[in-house]
Design a binder for this molecule. Structure first.
Ligand SMILES: CC(C)(COP(=O)(O)OP(=O)(O)OC[C@H]1O[C@@H](n2cnc3c(N)ncnc32)[C@H](O)[C@@H]1OP(=O)(O)O)[C@@H](O)C(=O)NCCC(=O)NCCS
Length: 225
C-alpha cells in the first residue's frame, strides 16, 4: 500500500460514525462481561465493546490465515462547523481520529479481539478538507508481524453538491493485539488474494523492517550515551 495511492481497500462494510458496528453501550456491556478494559458512561464504568481474546498465545504459523479483504472498513462522516480550525478548514486532528478509528476496527476484525494503536508512522495531508464535505475513510490490514498488524488507510473528501472526490490523506498505523491480561498476543497471517493486496503486503514488510531497524538504531545509540 503506497501512501501516495492511498490503500485502505476499495469496498467493505460502510459504517456511519456514531453508530459503529451497531453495538450500543448496553449491548457491549452484556457481550463482554469478561473484558479487561472499561469505559465510562453516565458515571458508570462498563465493559468496552470487544470480545475477550484467546487465552493462549499460539505461534503465528498455527493460526489460520485470514483474507486481507475481510478486514476492510469504510467510515463516512459529514464535516461540520465544530470540525473546523481557525482557518475555516477541517482540523487535521479530526481526520487523524477518524483514521485511527477506522484502522482500529480493521485491526480488530483481523485479530478477532482488542488491538491498541502503537504507532502512526506515516500520515499525509495532501489537500484541505472543507466544512460541508463528507470524508470517507477506508482501512484494511496490509500485513502482520507476530503480535502486530499494519493497517493502511486512505481518506477522500467529497463535495456533496458536485460529487467531486479528492484524495486528501493516506496513513499507515501499527496496532498490537492484546490478550485478556493486556499482553501482546499472536494474530493470524494475512492472505493477500489480489495483485494490489500482494503489493501492499510486500510494501508493509519493507516498512516493518525499516521500523525495527530504526528502533534498534535509536536504542543502541541511547545505550552508548
Ligand atoms: C502495545 C504494547 C502493549 C506493546 O508492548 P511492548 O512491550 O512493546 O511489546 P513487545 O515488545 O512484545 O512488542 C509487541 C509488538 O509491537 C511491536 N512494536 C512495539 N513498539 C512498536 C513501535 N513503536 N512501532 C511499531 N511496532 C512496535 C513489536 O515489533 C512487536 O511486534 P511483533 O510481535 O509483530 O513482532 C505497549 O507498547 C502499550 O501498551 N502501548 C500503549 C498502547 C496504547 O495505549 N495506545 C493508545 C490507545 S489505543
Amino acid at each position: 500500500m503506497g501512501a501516495d495511492d492511498g490503500d485502505g481497500g476499495d469496498s467493505g462494510a460502510v459504517i456511519l460514525v456514531g453508530a459503529v458496528a451497531g453495538s450500543s453501550l448496553e449491548h457491549a456491556a452484556r457481550a463482554s462481561a469478561k473484558a479487561t478494559a472499561h469505559i465510562s458512561a453516565g458515571g458508570r464504568r462498563i465493559a468496552a465493546c470487544y470480545r475477550p481474546a484467546a487465552a493462549y498465545n499460539p505461534d503465528v504459523s498455527d493460526l489460520e490465515p485470514k483474507p486481507a479483504s475481510a478486514s476492510q472498513v469504510t467510515l463516512v462522516q459529514l464535516m461540520e462547523i465544530t470540525d473546523a480550525n481557525i482557518a475555516g478548514l477541517v482540523h487535521g486532528g479530526v481526520i487523524m481520529k477518524l483514521v485511527d478509528t477506522a484502522a482500529g476496527i480493521a485491526a480488530f476484525k483481523h485479530a478477532g479481539g482488542l488491538c491498541v494503536t502503537v504507532s502512526m508512522d506515516e500520515m499525509s495531508f495532501l489537500e484541505p478538507v472543507h466544512v460541508g464535505d463528507t470524508v470517507t475513510v477506508e482501512a484494511s490490514v496490509n500485513d502482520v508481524g507476530r503480535t502486530s498488524l499494519e493497517v493502511g488507510v486512505r481518506v477522500e473528501s467529497e463535495d456533496i453538491r458536485t460529487g467531486e472526490r479528492t484524495h486528501t490523506s493516506s496513513a499507515y498505523l501499527v496496532f498490537v493485539a492484546l490478550d485478556e491480561e493486556g499482553r501482546p498476543r499472536s494474530v493470524p497471517p494475512v492472505l493477500a488474494e489480489t495483485e494490489e493486496e500482494l503489493r501492499r503486503q510486500h510494501e508493509a514488510k519493507i516498512r516493518r523492517e525499516t521500523r525495527i531497524a530504526h528502533r534498534e538504531a535509536i536504542e543502541e545509540l541511547r545505550r552508548r550515551v
